[in-house]
Design a protein around this ligand. Structure first.
Ligand code: COA
Length: 178
C-alpha cells in the first residue's frame, strides 16, 4: 500500500475512493451533461465504483473522490484510473468527472495535475494516458493544459463515437515542472 494516498491541492481534498462513494457516483452519472454521449446503466456504475476502490487495494493508487475544501462538498471523481480494456499499454489514465456546478473553475486541471505528480513521483509510472470522445473540447483542454499531447484517434467501446488519446512521459512531465 502506498504511503501517500490523500492529496490536498489549493481547492481540493483528493482522497482514495471508498465503497461508500458509489452512491455519489450514481448521482454524478445521473446528469446527462456529465455522461456526455456515454451510457451508464446502474450495473456499469456499480462496476466503476468497485473498480475504483479495488485499484487502491491492488495497485496502491486509483481514482480519488474530489472534495471541495471550502464547503466539504463531494464534487466528483478525479485521478489515476486503470482502463482495463484499453488495447495498448500503458493503461493508466488520468480521468476526471465533476458535477456541472463546479465546471469552469480550473478544478479538473488542478486535480489532473495532482494525479500526474502522484503517478510519476510516488508510484514510479513512466507514462500516463488520457482518453476522451474526440468532440469533447473541455476534456481535451484539461489534458493539454496539464501537458499531455495528442497521440491518435480510434473507435473504442462505442463504434459510433471516435475517441482521442493523449499521453505524457515522466521525462516530459519532469521537464515541465523544473
Ligand atoms: C471535462 C471536465 C472534467 C472539465 O472540468 P473543468 O473543471 O470545467 O475544467 P477546467 O476548468 O479545469 O479546464 C477546462 C479547460 O478546458 C477548456 N474548456 C472548458 N470548457 C470548454 C468548452 N466547452 N469548449 C472548449 N474548451 C473548453 C478550456 O481550455 C479550459 O481552460 P481555461 O480555464 O484556460 O479556459 C468537466 O467538463 C466534466 O466533468 N465533464 C463531464 C465528464 C467528462 O466528460 N469527463 C471526461 C471524460 S473523458
Amino acid at each position: 500500500m502506498a504511503e501517500l494516498a490523500a492529496v490536498e491541492t489549493e481547492h481540493l481534498l483528493l482522497r482514495p475512493w471508498e465503497a461508500s462513494d458509489g452512491s455519489e457516483l450514481e448521482r454524478l452519472m445521473a446528469d446527462p451533461a456529465v455522461r456526455g454521449g456515454r451510457s451508464f446503466g446502474a450495473e456499469r456504475i456499480v462496476r466503476m465504483a468497485e473498480h475504483s476502490a479495488r485499484q487502491w487495494r491492488v495497485n496502491g493508487f486509483g481514482p480519488w473522490a474530489a472534495i471541495d475544501k471550502a464547503s466539504g462538498a463531494w464534487i466528483g471523481r478525479i485521478g489515476l484510473d486503470e482502463l482495463a480494456e484499453w488495447p495498448d499499454t500503458p493503461k493508466i489514465e488520468v480521468g476526471f468527472e465533476l458535477h456541472a456546478a463546479w465546471w469552469g473553475r480550473g478544478l479538473a486541471t488542478e486535480g489532473a495535475a495532482a494525479a500526474l505528480r502522484f503517478g510519476f513521483e510516488h508510484h514510479g509510472l513512466d507514462r500516463i494516458i488520457s482518453v476522451t470522445a474526440a468532440s469533447h473540447s473541455a476534456a481535451r483542454g484539461v489534458m493539454e493544459k496539464v501537458g499531455l499531447t495528442y497521440q491518435g484517434t480510434r473507435y473504442w467501446m462505442n463504434p459510433e463515437v471516435p475517441v482521442v488519446w493523449y499521453a505524457i512521459d515522466r521525462s516530459a512531465w519532469k521537464a515541465r515542472t523544473l
